[in-house]
Ligand binder design. Structure first.
Ligand SMILES: Cc1cc2nc3c(=O)[nH]c(=O)nc-3n(C[C@H](O)[C@H](O)[C@H](O)COP(=O)(O)OP(=O)(O)OC[C@H]3O[C@@H](n4cnc5c(N)ncnc54)[C@H](O)[C@@H]3O)c2cc1C
Length: 417
């Protein structure tokens, strides 16, 4: 084990799970070979930096990529009081970054030199050029970045805290949004050990739950999805004057496929999504009939992969913004988004999918999102533990939901008309 990763490895050992990304040290914190280092350095510039130089901070957008040639880089999160806590140290031959290096979102962690160090710095443009040219290095980087983000999510690192009543619709709405956007968070349901103390310590007003507390200590009560996306830096800045070749409206499987194929052909593409990538498929516990996945894949994982794939080819994503209007003028389409944003594009693909059909039952709306759910993912499964559950419908999705939830609920009733 390298000095670089000892504290992370301890975290992995304490969870004792072979599926923990931190237990895959060679893949999550790979060391490039001397030959790979030589090739990578030629894309950027070398810098000698004194100990303690801040290279990037949580909240920055478009952070540079760093490869350590001598010395080290400490990666730090912020604790509950906003103080930096180093949770891993990259050593010679290792590199910084995670999935946000493929987009303009606010990054989740900070980085600084732990001792006097020599690094290779690649700006985003240089990183993109290197990534698309050096395929063997690109593969190592992509695998590491996916594992790093998965580890953040698994260990609630570098994210936010969400406090709420366990069965509250609003509490679930926020968790669902963060989960589906791959944003790490710690759920703190009221009634669970430690939550009341946490709320007390941070002066959280329990009459206004749910609340989202960020690493900087800001507390947001019942934020809208758009406001939360802005606050967490999930929304990428959209240049209203830029003319895209293609705007795709909707990031379900259809929109994501269109985006990947277009962007991979160098078509300048932007995807507009009202909520989170994945659409209906993002709510499926397992999709068995998607081409190329013989053992099946969860809808969330499928969407996450396609989303990264689109970004890898240079597509932009505007998340948590619904398209509200489309007009055409002088061979251009102008798409209006919520919150006064505009996009110009030469062509448009509408991939807005379908909305759920509800049941005409008394008080139905009252229980939507609070007892009545339209998905069967891990989030809903937690709510069904030892409960009697009714799955309504007789199609493929109902069958899958019944099988999946049967591992959690005390009894499943499948109601077919
Ligand atoms: C629980 C469940 C399980 C399923 N399992 C399977 C399966 O195993 N196999 C299978 O083949 N199919 C399955 N399906 C069906 C499959 O998910 C859908 O056929 C597929 O998602 C349709 O893809 P789509 O991209 O056309 O639309 P959708 O998935 O509906 O995506 C549309 C997207 O557009 C966004 N959008 C809508 N309007 C706007 C707007 N104005 N601005 C911005 N964004 C907008 C929405 O937020 C959404 O993300 C399942 C569906 C569900 C619900």
């Amino acid at each position: 084990m390298t000095e670089a990763t000892s504290n992370i490895a301890q975290a992995a050992q304490s969870s004792a799970s072979p599926s923990d990304p931190y237990s895959r040290e060679q893949q999550i914190f790979p060391k490039l070979s001397d030959e790979q280092i030589d090739r990578l350095v030629s894309y950027g510039s070398m810098e000698d930096l004194p100990a303690g130089t801040i290279l990037f901070q949580r909240g920055d957008r478009r952070a540079d990529f760093f490869l350590i040639l001598e010395g080290n880089i400490e990666i730090f999160d912020l604790d509950d009081r906003g103080e930096p806590v180093v949770f891993t140290t990259h050593a010679q031959g290792q590199f910084t970054g995670e999935l946000d290096l493929f987009n303009d979102r606010q990054i989740l962690v900070g980085g600084r030199t732990g001792i006097d160090s020599r690094v290779a710095r690649l700006t985003r443009a240089q990183f993109n050029r290197m990534y698309s040219t050096e395929q063997d290095i690109g593969e190592v980087i992509m695998r590491a970045y996916i594992l790093r983000r998965t580890a953040f999510i698994l260990h609630d690192q570098a994210g936010v805290s969400v406090i709420g009543e366990p069965t509250s619709r609003e509490f679930l709405r926020i968790q669902r949004f963060l989960t589906r956007n791959g944003y790490p968070f710690a759920a703190k349901p009221m009634g669970e050990p430690g939550t009341a103390d946490y709320a007390n310590l941070h002066d959280i007003d329990l009459t206004r739950l749910p609340a989202v507390r960020t690493r900087s200590g800001a507390v947001h009560y019942s934020p809208t999805i758009a406001d939360l996306a802005d606050e967490l830096g999930l929304t990428e800045a959209v240049d209203g004057e830029h003319i895209y070749d293609l705007a795709v409206i909707g990031a379900g499987p259809a929109g994501l496929s269109a985006c990947v194929y277009a962007a991979s052909e160098n078509i300048d593409t932007i995807v507009v999504e009202a909520e989170a990538p994945g659409g209906q498929a993002g709510t499926s516990s397992k999709i068995e009939n998607y081409l190329g996945f013989p053992t099946g894949i969860s809808g969330q994982a499928l969407a996450g992969r396609a989303w990264i794939q689109g970004q890898k080819f240079g597509a932009k994503f505007s998340i948590a913004r619904a398209a509200t209007d489309i007009a055409s003028k002088d061979d251009l389409f102008e798409v209006k988004l919520q919150h006064d944003m505009n996009i110009k594009a030469r062509s448009i693909i509408l991939a807005c999918g379908a909305t759920y059909r509800s049941l005409a039952l008394p008080n139905y709306e009252k229980f939507e999102g609070q007892g009545i759910h339209y998905a069967a993912t891990g989030l809903e499964a937690q709510l069904c533990v030892n409960e009697e559950v009714a799955v309504i419908g007789g199609g493929n999705s109902a069958g899958q939901a019944a099988v999946f939830l049967s591992g959690h609920a005390s009894h499943i009733h499948v109601l077919v008309r």
